[in-house]
Design a protein around this ligand. Sequence first.
Ligand SMILES: C[S@@+](CC[C@H](N)C(=O)[O-])C[C@H]1O[C@@H](n2cnc3c(N)ncnc32)[C@H](O)[C@@H]1O
Length: 222
Amino acid sequence: MIKSKGWDWKIVKGDKANIWKNPSVESYYLLNRWKEQEKEVFLDLGCGLGRHSILFASNGFTVYSFDISEEAIKRTKEWAENEGLTVNYQVGDMVELPYENEMFDAIYCRNVISHTDTEGIKKIIKEIYRVLKHDGECYLTLGSKDSTDYKNPNWPMVDENTKLRMEEGPEYQVPHFYADYKLSKELFKDFEIIDIHQKISYFEKETGIKESGHYHILIHKK
Ligand SMILES: C[S@@+](CC[C@H](N)C(=O)[O-])C[C@H]1O[C@@H](n2cnc3c(N)ncnc32)[C@H](O)[C@@H]1O
């Protein structure tokens, strides 16, 4: 398995950081859904700057923020403290979560678990299964093989599904795992898949239009 490598958040400042402070579109749906289901204990797995930790903590959830990046946890903590919110923090590697079995009602990991290789992703999915309560739900995203980045011939392959990202920036040399629909379904065979859809975003870059595709997956532990 490839060595884990988190984001270099120290170089993400100003407007670039602000993008990561607005909760993502589906987070409001999940907040509503999980409130209605009376879920309480929430894990923000790979919390980044903490946008979803803050959203769920301000809405009464018991929040655990977890990331491999010390800078990410530091900035999440500062933000939560400024808002007067109580959050549990932990720096660590998602391939081995430091939590008890069946601890969480809900887990949110947006653009996180793909930061590994094929062996790593299988370990992480097992860990998610282990720490999720029965009847718990998890929303996550997986990089899609339809992404321009997956087709980039200049980025080295780590295994048949994984590339090393070589673009300068916070994700430099962070491994990226990519799936297709069939593989996404296979990976979550131990769960009930409530919803799976692919979302493509377009960015204009000097080199042309870039497509960033992700599978968005909502799973339930029976
Ligand atoms: C694209 S950011 C997403 C942050 C957050 N989920 C959000 O939506 O704002 C990916 C995050 O995953 C973290 N990460 C990458 N590999 C990790 C690992 N092995 N264990 C824990 N966190 C990891 C990175 O440090 C980074 O904060």
